[in-house]
Each structure stands twice: as C-alpha cells, then as structure tokens.
Design a protein around this ligand. Structure first.
Ligand code: NAP
Length: 272
C-alpha cells in the first residue's frame, strides 16, 4: 500500500497490546476492498487523551481493548444505545471531529451463536464469567429473549451482572448440568499459553448442547474439546472475533467486510 496524505488511519488502543490479531485482520480487509487505509498498534496506558488525539490527528477509527473498554465511555461525544447499556465500548468512529463509541463484541457473539442456533428466544443460557466480554454478551442475549444464568468465580461480580440483566446466579464452584440449551464460556481460563486449563469439569455438558468459548487462541480450547467429546455442538471464539471485527470494518468504511478472508488470515496466524 502507498501511504499518501489521503490515507485513512485506524488502529487499536489497549495495554499491553502484544498479541492482538486485529491489525493483520483489518489491514488485509482494507487491501482486499481497495481502501486507502492503514490500521496500526497504539499501545496506550492512559486513556484520557485518546479522543482528543483522534480528533487532532484525524484518526478515523479505533478498536478499544483491555483495560480501556469501560473508561473510554467517559470521553466520547456520544455512545450508541447498546454500548451505553453495557457500559463498555470496543469501537470508536471519528465522524468529522465527532467521536461515537459502539460495542461490536455483543454483535460478534450473537452472530457466532446464530450460525448454529435458529432462535435464541426462550433458550436457557449459562454464561461462565462476569467480566467485560460476559457483560456485553449478557446484555445482547437478554435482548434476544434468552433465559440467563450467570456463573462466576468472584461472587459479588457475578451477582452484580446477574442483577443488571435480571437473571439467575450460580457460583462457579457449584455449577452442574441443569437443563441449559447453550453455554457461553467467557473467562480467560484456557487461553494460550495455559491451554491445558478449563474453568469447569465435563459434568456440565450434555449431548446436543450448543457450547461456545470466546477464547480464540487456541482455536479449540480444552473446554471446547471436552464439550465436543460429550456430544455438544461447539463454536470457537474465532467466530465472535471475526464478526466483531467485521462489524467494526462496516461501521468505519460503510462497505461489507470480506469475512472469509478475515477468518483465513486469523487462522493462518494462529496456526491451524
Ligand atoms: P475480564 O473483564 O478481565 O474478565 C475475566 C473473567 O475471567 C472474569 O469473569 C474472571 O472471574 C474470570 N477468570 C479469570 N481467571 C479465572 C480463573 N483462574 N478461574 C475462574 N475465573 C477466572 O476479561 P474480558 O475482557 O471479559 O475477556 C475474557 C476473555 O474473553 C479473554 O480470554 C479475551 O481474550 C476473550 N475475548 C474474546 C473476544 C472475541 O472476540 N472472541 C472478545 C473479547 C474478549 P473473576 O471475576 O472471578 O475475576
């Protein structure tokens, strides 16, 4: 790509930013769609000056990752209604000096689930974890009409999320198979390099259940491998990652995202 004065600048903020796959995924998408854009790493410890910096440097869009998704909401000019409800934004758009925050994690998770589930309405869904990603997914699933149970290691955090989305709560140490149709694993347990770990035992799985892990490295976690052995239908975190990125691409460029290419690019890097 030739850098010119017209090249549109995008990027990702977070700290640390060592393992993000977003730059390679978005740069490949720009190339494929012939967009004069570049997506860069912006390791950033303090979030206070980010929105002002975006405006003064004409940065068109940013992905926001750990630990800034919540704090950034205090600095944008406007928050999309879902991001406001969740209390976290993972995407910023600079529309001629007016910066809007969105949450595409929620969209990513629902799109990934809908590849394997016809309707989410009325389904019993267990969400393992109560961190930032769990929060986005819980609000999105509630909107889809799911009956939710939240389970978390730290009880106060789990109870708070369960209260916010008007759902049941079960401590992580007490969960067992309980008529769930869908399980969504959102903790970081089992993520590279601790790939032999799982947050739960195989007793929670039942044949035919839909089981999604939002961890995308490795592509198939220990949790998903066990679910598959128990006869569950599994969904990798790669699916959510691609869909949340595709939605960002569409918000920034107004064009359809090259989803297959984005997925192929990410899978090549992770080594599958
Ligand atoms: P977070 O806000 O830090 O939340 C972490 C969650 O993991 C909390 O519920 C925490 O429980 C739980 N946890 C951590 N260590 C644990 C342990 N040893 N045992 C039991 N529970 C443990 O992080 P996040 O932003 O939600 O991200 C969570 C994971 O999702 C990460 O692996 C991230 O890469 C992945 N993610 C994937 C996508 C995607 O597109 N596929 C998008 C966003 C995030 P406590 O409350 O007890 O600490």
């Amino acid at each position: 790509m030739n850098i010119s004065p017209d090249t549109k600048v995008y990027g990702i903020i977070g700290y640390p930013l060592t393992h993000s796959l977003s730059p390679i995924m978005h740069n490949m998408a720009f190339k494929e769609k012939r967009i004069n854009g570049v997506y860069l790493y912006f390791p950033c410890k303090y979030v206070e000056g980010v929105v002002a910096g975006m405006k003064s440097l004409s940065i068109r869009g940013l992905s926001v990752t750990i630990p800034h998704k919540e704090k950034i909401c205090h600095y944008v000019d406007e928050l999309d209604s879902l991001a406001k409800e969740i209390g976290a934004a993972n995407t910023l758009i600079n529309k001629e000096g007016f910066v809007i925050g969105y949450n595409t994690d929620a969209y990513g998770a629902i799109s990934a689930l809908k590849k394997k589930v016809n309707t989410i309405k009325g389904k019993n869904v267990l969400i393992i974890g109560a961190g930032g990603a769990a929060r986005a997914i819980a609000f999105a699933l509630k909107k889809e009409g799911a009956k939710l149970t939240i389970s978390n290691r730290t009880i106060e955090k789990g109870l708070k999320l369960a209260d916010n989305v008007d759902s049941k709560f079960c401590p992580l140490s007490h969960i067992s198979e309980n008529g769930y149709d869908i399980i969504v694993q959102t903790t970081s347990v089992g993520m590279y390099p601790d790939t032999d770990k799982s947050p739960v035992s195989k007793n929670i799985f039942k044949k035919g259940m839909i089981v999604m892990d939002i961890i995308y490295n490795p592509v198939e976690t220990n949790f998903l491998k066990t679910a598959k052995k128990c006869g569950c239908i599994t969904i990798s975190g790669i699916e959510m990652f691609i869909y949340q990125g595709a939605k960002q691409f569409e918000l920034w460029t107004g064009k359809d995202a090259p989803i297959d290419l984005m997925k192929k690019t990410v899978l090549n890097i992770i080594g599958r």
